[in-house]
Design a binder for this molecule. Structure first.
Ligand code: PLP
Length: 484
């Protein structure tokens, strides 16, 4: 690549180099992916660190081809591939191609979403998608929202708005009396947000759950009523629409009733379940979400978008003004142009919305929804395989697309089953055969499959389940603890 600035800075004089670099990169990726034969290679943290830290950043290799080859050694060769059907660990979907095409424009044009004069049409692309998502939620015309970097950021901003709304009322000056109520299966970003907002993580109270691990609305009502008696203020209730481990959807209409009765902010964390908004068959599971004050949706989970792509949506536009701050150089108070920075915790911000835009304009919402339906059905069928497997035991029937289960032949004690969970998981990673996650259920260790690949077949998933069974048996047979 030429050292003349006009040849490595994107612009009209570098277009030949730009196109060549993009072609080389895309070809490099395609060649790599063609040769992938498993979700991971099983590299250890030590091996991975050494490959990277051996690189002397003061000595460039000089050309993109050599840098790409080096990048393969430090990164791509051992990357974890979410498109592989035996990847079933976390909430990472394979991504849709139109969104990857959008990335070309997002990074090269490099619009920044803070002000109109840095994004022009981009501002309205984002707003149109926000309005469309709000309409899917069932919010009225007064709704609004903003793209964020992820569900954690969306939850933080939602609770920030809820806090400032509470402090604008009778609770003014009583930050330490504010409490947030969420089920114990709610996402940990709620605790983090409470800490960042000055409430302390202990301000988040765990609402009991029912046998299906959904928030118990009777217990919620009792807690809301009880807080006032001891001088505490329920600042917000966080209902989860798709818990990270179980996919459980809290009873949204009952939560909405309780929030309405106590004048409490209702936030719905639909980071996982938000994809149901585009599923004709399953949309009803989100009924009641339209009564929320705010909603988190992660497009980079069940909408098959590349990271980052998330949004915070609010029922009343005016609520978002708690986020606004006016800077003379950027968005002065008397400037009536549309500036997204007024709604965002970020200033400079990627035009992530373009990925969802090209996805919807190319594939349409129904196709995205049908992909989610496919993985929900896959989870239901795979659950039957767990039930039928002599050595596997499910924790719960799946609500969405996760399966929580463990290796536990009838003769194995609970303690021994606990001990095997991390070892099975590590063995599968070491061998690069399958990537599964782990979690705890009522203090016991369980394995978790998160199914987000609509191209995965029943055989792919039962293959992973049978592998868990086989590795469990193998460890039982060879483990010193059991063979002694
Ligand atoms: C994934 C998840 C989050 C966090 O979202 P990020 O995009 O990872 O920040 C929040 N809530 C729930 C229920 C989630 O599953």
């Amino acid at each position: 690549m030429s050292l003349s600035p006009s040849h490595h800075l994107f612009g009209p004089d570098s277009l030949d180099d730009y196109v060549a670099a993009m072609r080389a990169s895309v070809d490099h990726l395609a060649t790599t992916v063609r040769h992938v034969d498993g979700p991971a290679t099983g590299t250890s943290p030590e091996q991975a660190a050494k490959l990277v830290t051996d690189v002397d950043l003061d000595r460039p290799v000089g050309d993109l081809g050599a840098a790409l080859a080096e990048m393969s050694r430090v990164y791509l060769d051992d990357a974890v591939w979410f498109h592989e059907p035996s990847y079933a660990a976390h909430l990472n979907p394979p991504v849709v191609v139109p969104a990857l095409a959008a990335e070309v424009f997002v990074s090269a044009v490099n619009s920044s979403m803070d002000t109109f004069d840095q994004s022009v049409g981009g501002t309205f692309v984002e707003r149109h998608l926000v309005d469309w998502t709000c309409a899917r939620i069932g919010f009225g015309p007064g709704a609004d929202g903003v793209f964020t970097s992820g569900g954690s950021a969306s939850n933080l901003q939602a609770l920030h708005l809820a806090r400032d709304a509470a402090l604008a009322g009778p609770a003014a000056g009583h930050l330490h009396r504010l409490r947030v109520l969420a089920s114990a299966d709610g996402h940990f970003s709620v605790q983090k947000a409470a800490r960042l907002l000055g409430l302390g993580a202990d301000a988040v109270l765990a609402v009991p759950i029912d046998a299906d691990r959904r928030l118990d609305p009777v217990a919620l009502e009792r807690m809301l009523a009880g807080l006032g008696d001891v001088g505490l203020v329920p600042m917000a209730v966080v209902a989860t629409a798709g818990t990270t481990d179980f996919g459980a959807i809290d009873p949204l209409p009952a939560v909405a009733d309780a929030c309405a009765a106590h004048g409490t902010w209702m936030h719905v964390d639909a980071a996982y379940g938000g994809g149901l908004l585009v599923s004709p068959a399953l949309r009803h599971r989100l009924d009641g979400i339209e009564r929320a004050d705010s909603v988190t949706v992660d497009y980079h989970k069940t909408w098959f978008q590349p990271v980052s792509s998330s949004a915070l949506l609010v029922r009343e536009k005016a609520r978002l003004t708690h986020t606004a701050w006016h800077a003379d150089y950027l968005n002065p108070a008397d400037d009536d142009r549309p500036h997204q920075v007024d709604k965002s915790l970020q200033t400079t911000r990627r035009f992530d919305a373009l990925k969802l835009w090209l996805t919807l304009r190319t594939l349409g919402p129904d196709l995205i929804g049908s992909h989610l339906e496919a993985v929900v059905d896959l989870a239901t069928r795979s659950h039957r395989h767990v039930l039928a497997h002599p050595d596997l035991e499910p924790a719960l029937a799946p609500h969405l697309s996760t399966l929580v289960f463990r290796f536990r032949p009838p003769s194995l004690t609970e303690d021994d089953a606990d001990e095997l969970v991390p070892r099975i998981r590590q063995t599968l990673y070491d061998r690069g055969q399958a990537l599964v996650a782990a979690t705890k259920v009522d203090g016991r260790d369980f394995l978790k499959l998160t199914l987000l690949n609509p191209a995965a077949t029943d055989a792919d998933v039962t293959g992973v389940l049978d592998l868990v069974g086989a590795v469990g048996r193998e460890l039982l047979a060879t483990g010193s603890r059991w063979s002694a």
